[in-house]
Ligand binder design. Structure first.
Ligand code: HEC
Length: 480
């Protein structure tokens, strides 16, 4: 998958590192540790410890590997730690056959730090885990006013009143007025991407997301809080403003990829790359949200999750090629559905818990009984490529699926009979959602487009670019 790089942010960091080395003393935690994390931790972490050398805390860096402390404070030229980075000899770090040399300006920061005594910053424990410490200190960049290129829409949700649509952007949520498709609000977030979102009954928005390979979280935002207006768009600070970021439910070490909330708002579930689904009881309100269980039922990433209305069944989709059902009351696994025999991307469950649905890389929509033996009841083809997401219409027995074949399809949830095929999009459709009144459906694509259609007749309502500053391109005429 493409990721949106922010060249401006990188330049700012470099400038900052250079000015830091020129003026104030080099900081171990702010200047040196990020360089080590990027260039050394792949081999010198707690697990791999190559050369018997674990570099994940200041203490361990100074303890050294098989040959003891590789740093002579004050003398970079006498420190193996620095010498191994800049050496012209064959034995270099990272080893010549395993990776690029550390860039010159970064090696210079390390040299300067050793020259200044290789000190640890006040306020950081010598034993502190550097990965965790860096994560806590990391500050999200401000999203660019105008995106350099379109960004994937991985998640979207209709506002409860149906008058706008929220989409995941780059370190922000973007709010688009309907049916005009005009950008009206931007909510800055810590997460680089949003992968799953759902409104709570009180109108607050819960969002699952993260920074790939770095961190993941679930946070809750009040989109009606006051922001400042820039060029006619309201900008909210969901990173620092407590009136906007109203709850931080949890953090993990990698992305949280899916999120589900029961219609009564009492149960929230979210899962992702750590294979676990965390389940929260919100009966006593957000402030008193309680983690009730952490379900580890899959052998690989959890890609989708859904809850029955009574909060009894948690249905999950796994990269391990199965869909699974967990009984949240009995706290046990009840069904494993293996039929896809390929990655299962999305799941849904009928509100009364009488039917489970799953879609996946096998291009199929399948239905089965959440309390049965894991036997298939029915399957439906139709999509010409992998199927990524599935949504259940809140007002009628209808499903919507989104696919790499560039369409959204509607289905009768009771019979799996095919309904309308909604087209007009020009790239993979990664996500799909119904409006609260069940009358509209929206899909979001790899190339940053959102399409909205009317459910009753499949008529297109609007197709627009959900990347701020990027105009909506008319779809190319079909080649004959
Ligand atoms: C691709 C893996 C890899 C990467 C990345 C890597 N190293 Fe190493 N490192 C090794 C291996 C293997 C050894 C043991 C062999 C040796 O000493 O040459 C080692 C040994 C060392 C030693 C000697 C430890 C001792 O006491 O014997 C130091 C110091 C060291 N590395 C520093 C670094 C630094 C600093 C970085 C980042 C700039 C780095 N390494 C990146 C694989 C790696």
């Amino acid at each position: 998958m493409r990721s949106l790089r922010a060249p401006a942010a990188v330049v700012v960091c470099l400038l900052f590192a250079q000015s830091a080395s020129a003026q104030k003393p080099v900081s171990f935690i702010n200047d040196v540790a990020p360089i080590l994390k990027e260039n050394c931790f792949a081999c010198h972490d707690t697990k791999k410890k190559q050369g018997k050398y674990d570099m994940t805390s200041y203490e361990k860096i100074r303890a050294g590997g098989a040959n003891g402390d590789p740093i002579a404070p004050g003398k970079p030229e006498a420190s193996e730690f620095h010498d191994l980075i800049v050496t012209k000899e064959q034995r270099r770090m990272p080893p010549r056959d395993k990776g690029e040399a550390v860039p010159k300006e970064k090696a210079a920061v390390i040299a300067q730090w050793i020259k200044e005594g290789a000190k640890l910053d006040a306020g950081v424990a010598a034993s502190a885990d550097l990965v965790k410490e860096l994560r806590v200190r990391w500050k999200p960049p401000v999203p660019p006013k105008v995106y350099p290129f379109p960004i994937i829409v991985n998640a979207l949700a209709f506002a409860p009143d149906g008058k706008s649509l929220v989409a995941g952007g780059h370190h922000e949520l973007t709010v688009w007025e309907l049916p005009s498709g005009k950008l009206v609000k931007r909510v800055h977030t810590r997460a680089e991407r949003a992968y799953g979102m759902a409104f709570l009954p009180d109108g607050k928005l819960a969002v699952a997301g993260g920074r790939p390979g770095q961190e993941g979280d679930v946070r809750v935002y009040n989109l009606s809080a006051k922001g400042k207006t820039e060029d006619g768009v309201e900008v909210l600070d969901g990173v620092n403003d407590k009136a906007v970021l109203v709850k931080h439910l949890f953090d993990v070490e990698d992305s949280v990829l899916c999120l589900a909330i029961t219609a009564d708002g009492k149960t929230l579930a979210a899962g992702g790359c750590d294979r676990a689904v965390r389940v929260f009881d919100l009966t006593e309100g957000l402030d008193k949200a309680k983690l009730t269980q952490t379900v580890e039922n899959h052998a690989d990433w959890v890609l989708g999750c859904s809850l029955s209305a009574d909060g009894k069944y948690l249905v999950t989709a796994g990269r391990d090629k199965t869909a699974k059902v967990w009984d949240l009351k009995a706290k046990e696994s009840v069904v494993t559905f293996p039929e896809h025999q390929n990655i299962v991307y999305g799941v849904a469950v009928k509100a009364d818990g009488s039917a489970g649905f799953s879609v996946g890389a096998d291009k199929q929509l399948r239905t089965w009984k959440p309390n049965g033996e894991g036997k298939q009841v029915k399957n439906a083809g139709g999509h010409g490529d992998e199927v990524f997401k599935i949504a259940y219409n809140p007002k009628q027995p209808m499903l919507a699926t989104s696919s790499a074949d560039r369409t959204v399809r509607l289905w009768n949830a009771d019979t799996l009979a095919a309904g309308k095929t909604l087209s007009g999009l020009s790239d993979f459709v990664y996500t799909v959602a119904f409006s609260a009144d069940g009358e509209f459906v929206a899909g979001g694509t790899f190339d940053g487009i959102i399409g909205v259609w009317k459910v009753s007749d499949g008529a297109p309502v609007k197709l627009f670019s959900a990347s701020p500053g990027i105009a909506t391109k008319e779809p190319e005429p079909k080649k004959k």
